[in-house]
Design a protein around this ligand. Structure first.
Ligand code: CP
Length: 314
């Protein structure tokens, strides 16, 4: 297919074919990581700016590694030490990065819609690295790539997403991506963390954790975002683990080869026991590795689409 989007803002706006195209492009970039020199010249001369307004380990490093493997120059802006601290708006920061002739901004922001807003105001490519509760598209894409590798397909799989669904951009992007690719998605969370009318997105709400695990081919376990518990309404950590934690005992009642995923950062003993996190069903670190190929694919496709559209304007 001919990729024409200069931005990646979320999976809601992508077609099944576009999602499959990113995944197949990522699959071809995986080979680069097996080489002695893990680099291709695809983005030589391009500049990628990581603009992160929220903490990140995996996503920020993964985008940096991905850009460097494509031979791009990479600049990381720590908002704590930038002019953001002097009151500069997101749009003004973006316009200045554009004026500095960057080609791609990878943005993480606590405001849902931040990436969409930047994309509306800037001509350069914008990649959403997580915006508020809205979307985290590259996380869902790397989850999908990992599932496909482990189980050979995505269509028809039963995938359960367990944890803080209400506040989770990872859940939302996974729901969009998985349902478009034909997976059966179940969500499971304490009642106050299940968004109203979530079934309208084409998912089933499990009665309890055993119900969520029983038929699951894979379980994607989300981080409990206790820092968002402004009203002190979430279950306490031990209660959460007792009622929703993924343990060896609970997995005994699930499919033997159930794939256990977590986007990270993982709170051991809250969302999952350590023997599961480090056990044979866990693919948590493979997800991290797959993030590089997915982000290489995304950076390559959006930069190429922008080049193509610039040429058409000439
Ligand atoms: N999965 C994820 O987004 O992790 P980071 O917050 O470390 O980037």
């Amino acid at each position: 297919m001919n990729w024409t989007r200069k931005d990646l803002l979320g999976l809601e706006e992508l077609t099944k074919e576009e999602i499959e195209f990113i995944i197949s492009t990522a699959e071809s970039f995986k080979e680069v990581q097996t080489r002695e020199i893990k680099k291709v010249p695809a983005l030589r001369g391009k500049t990628v700016v990581n603009l992160f307004y929220e903490p990140s380990t995996r996503t920020r490093v993964s985008f940096e590694v991905a850009a460097k493997r494509l031979s791009a120059d990479v600049i990381n802006i720590a908002t704590e030490t930038s002019s953001v601290k002097k009151g500069e708006t997101l749009i003004d920061t973006g316009l200045n990065i554009q004026a500095l002739k960057a080609d791609v901004i990878v943005v993480r922001h606590n405001y849902s819609g931040a990436a969409v807003m930047l994309a509306k105001h800037l001509d350069i490519s914008i990649v959403n690295a997580g915006d508020g509760w809205h979307e985290h598209p590259t996380q869902a894409l790397l989850d999908i790539l990992t599932l496909k590798e482990k189980l050979g397909r995505v269509s028809g799989l039963n995938v359960s997403i367990v944890g803080d669904i209400a506040h989770s951009r990872v859940a939302r992007s996974n729901i969009w991506g998985l349902t478009k690719l034909g997976a059966n998605v179940t969500v499971c969370a304490p009642a106050m963390l299940v968004p109203p009318a979530i079934e309208k997105l084409g998912v089933r709400v499990a009665k309890n954790i055993d119900d969520a695990l029983r038929q699951a081919d894979a379980v994607n376990v989300l981080r409990m975002q206790f820092e968002r518990d402004d009203e002190n309404a979430f279950p306490k950590q031990l209660d959460y683990f007792k009622n929703f934690g993924i343990t060896k005992e609970r997995l005994l009642k699930a499919k033997k080869n159930i794939v256990v995923m977590h986007p990270g950062p993982l709170n051991r003993g809250i969302e999952m026991s350590s023997d599961v996190a480090d056990g044979p069903n866990s693919v948590i670190l493979e997800q991290v590795t797959n993030g590089i190929a997915v982000r290489m694919a995304v950076l390559f496709l959006v930069a190429q689409a922008r080049d193509n559209s610039d040429q058409e304007k000439l």
